[in-house]
Design a protein around this ligand. Sequence first.
Ligand SMILES: Cc1ncc(COP(=O)(O)O)c(C=O)c1O
Length: 419
Amino acid sequence: MTGMGLDYATGLSAPCTVIRMRAIPGAWHRTAAGAGLVGPDGTISPTIFAEMSALAADTGAINLGQGFPDEDGPAAVLDAARAAIAAGANQYPPGRGIPDLLLAVAEHQHRFYGLALDPGREVLITAGATEALAATLLALIDGPDDEVVVFEPHYDSYAAVVALAGARLRTVPLRWPDFQPDLDELRSTVTDRTRVILVNDPHNPTGAVFGQEVRDEVVRLAERHDAVIVTDEVYEHLVFDGAHVPIATVPGASERTLTISSAGKTFSTTGWKIGWVSGPAALVDAVLAVKQFLTYVNGSPFQPAIAAGLRLPDEFFTGIASTLRDKRDLLGAGLRAAGFAVSTPRGSYFTVADAAPLGATDAAAFCRELPRRAGVVAIPLTAFATPERRAGYATLVRFAACKRVAVLEDAAARLAAAG
Ligand SMILES: Cc1ncc(COP(=O)(O)O)c(C=O)c1O
């Protein structure tokens, strides 16, 4: 590929490892650009998660960057997957998912939220929430006149998939320290061009849990502008005060809402990639039309295991929230002791801290330095923001609390020693 133009930097730290690919046509370029991975000189960078995880590996730093647990989830779920492999669940499952998991998702939505779903028509199993989001957005948006409204900062796949679909991302900023949206800004961003309002609650990267007034306004605006609401609720069981409330439960919402979630965060099985989307049959069918040509199906032996997980007793679900709440408190106290200002998250794996009191002016530079300075890896919030809005997050850093207590204690001690 040498000599073709655009530089594709495949090396994580070595700028010399470059594939030149300007002449390769296709949607890959706008996808990478949508995710903010194309530099001013045309160089394509790895994601910040790849860069920071590589830095953690290079330096031996504690990785509080990427959001995955360092402990296994419930033994009953892991055992069920082993049993399913032994029992021969090793070939393609049905396109929508195995009936027992479809039923378990429907039962779960009813048990926790009072939502009634027809498991055969209103639930679809996907390769994680990531595929559910991609298939849903690709199914519902179509070209430059369509807009998707999201809160910002946001999970990185949203902007990439909206760009892949050739549509336009419109964002509503969430501001330090509570990261709740301004409803007037939300109202002025949703228009008749809005095809989808995409809401991630509990929210990555900020840890915000949105108030009822936000849910109500999203539904009112979706009705007024005939938009579909898509939710990303992968942290639904990691809410620290009170219960999670899906937007689909707001009156008027269920007929226009696709609810997305996944097993990864709830059962500490992020590598299994079992997710689901649920909602009105016609919308689920539209998602299936795309999804069946992305992966078709996945995770045969994991599907019955997640069905078992979704049927675990209430104590399991309250237990994971309270364990993570304790870890949040431990991490928050450590960050404060090290001199950061801290926004207390109300859900999710993550805590956002302001490094300005430590003299930081550029969160990305601060995070590149932190592994060597303190032996800890974190992610700058600017990585979750569009370039125009990055200034609003310039000194903010995201830390993941989903690690063993001893690891969090070690990280807190290292940060305090370096501060
Ligand atoms: C907000 C959000 N949505 C979706 C995902 C991806 O979920 P999955 O691993 O099920 O694809 C993540 C993972 O970090 C996330 O934080």
